[in-house]
Design a protein around this ligand. Structure first.
Ligand SMILES: [Fe+2]
Ligand SMILES: [Fe+2]
Length: 362
């Protein structure tokens, strides 16, 4: 491993007291860390988000027309069951975030111990705090709408544990920070723009403010690191990216809930583990195409792995429109938070806040 790499073997505790280590600090992450104060938000503080915001759960959390697989069931399945199906898909999606945010938090803790630079370590610790508030936010939302999360699926659990217990820091970084966070950011943008529930739109917007920065930092670091790596190390990283991408493909597009609904009403069930193209949420499809494009742009799709990304490398003009909409949305919420935080005390910026002076954002 090139000693210039931030993924080079981490220094000993003794080495971390060395002047050369401390003065060799990278400034690559400084602006990400500096921005955190402006975009601070707190799931426990109603100035930022109010988890008592009501929503009628007999209504769909996402528009029913986003689930084209339901078209074939019209007239055969009661409307309320179609709504339950859409809300189950949201429950599945948010349960994925519930565990994914904790995985991101734990990854940052590991990175804080593994990265070979004091500035990179500060970034990882800073991101860890943000991942923890995301997990808290999803926990509060799930409690309010579904009571509890769905269980962590065995393949997702196995991948999280494999990444966390792995001794190759760059593979863990690519899996969590580039693939999981990239898909996560696009999913947040989708929910923030499409959800019928104002609370879900608010939560996903707030998390986007942080995740847009995390994903930017992740892409930046991988582009810096790839030229420093041996062909074997970069191929191993590309294989990890593919494994994580395929895991998420299986989770997002899983055919199980739809097959169960068909079976309940004695309707013909589609075959296969994932829903067929054009019979699944088109925004989910866009999320995978957009992430595959990012991976390709970062150099994480190789000759060996390219064919396995089909059909996600097909270009759609709408994808760059979705990218732009997400960038704009993240910029808007960051600007809103920065303005608000400049004039209002919160537990991050002041030890005590006067509730009567609080000005609600929502
Ligand atoms: Fe997060
Ligand atoms: Fe993140």
């Amino acid at each position: 491993m090139n000693p210039e790499s931030l993924f080079a073997p981490s220094p000993s505790l003794e080495d971390r007291l060395d002047i050369a280590y401390l003065t060799g600090r990278t400034s690559l992450f400084d602006h990400f860390v500096a921005s955190t104060q402006g975009r601070f938000w707190d799931p426990s503080d109603k100035q930022y988000i109010d988890f008592s915001t009501p929503f009628d759960m007999t209504q769909p959390l996402l528009p029913l027309e986003h689930f084209p697989e339901l078209n074939a069931l019209a007239g055969h399945v009661p409307d309320e069951e179609l709504i339950k199906y859409a809300n189950l898909q949201v429950h599945r999606m948010l349960s994925g975030f519930y565990y994914g945010e904790q995985a991101a938090f734990l990854t940052c803790l590991k990175e804080a111990d593994e990265l070979n630079d004091p500035g990179a370590v500060e970034y990882a610790i800073n991101q860890a705090r943000e991942e923890s508030r995301h997990q808290h936010g999803f926990q509060r939302y799930i409690q309010s709408r579904f009571v509890s999360p769905l269980p962590l699926s065995p393949p997702y659990r196995a991948t999280i544990m494999r990444l966390l217990n792995g001794d190759v820091p760059q593979n863990k970084f690519v899996g969590v920070q580039v693939v999981f966070e990239g898909l996560g950011l696009a999913t947040l943008g989708y929910a923030a723009r499409s959800a019928n529930d104002p609370l879900l739109r608010r939560l996903t917007r707030l998390i986007m403010a942080d995740e847009a920065q995390h994903h930017k930092a992740g892409r930046m670091l991988i582009k810096r690191e790839l030229p420093l790596m041996s062909p074997q190390d970069s191929e191993a990283m590309a294989e990890e990216a593919l494994a994580c991408f395929k895991l998420m493909e299986g989770l997002y597009l899983h055919a199980g809930p739809y097959q169960t609904l068909c079976a309940t009403y004695n309707l013909e069930q589609p075959e296969g583990l994932i829903l067929a193209e054009h019979s699944r949420n088109p925004f989910f499809e866009a999320i995978f195409r957009r992430n595959a494009k990012t991976l390709d742009d970062c150099g994480l799709i190789t000759v060996q792995t390219r064919a396995l990304y089909a059909p996600w490398l097909k270009v759609s003009a709408q994808d760059s429109v979705e990218d732009k909409k997400d960038e704009q949305l993240a910029a808007e919420i960051i600007a809103e938070l920065t303005l608000h935080n400049a004039g209002n005390p919160n537990r991050h910026l002041a030890p005590h806040t006067n509730a009567s002076k609080k000005q609600a954002l929502v």
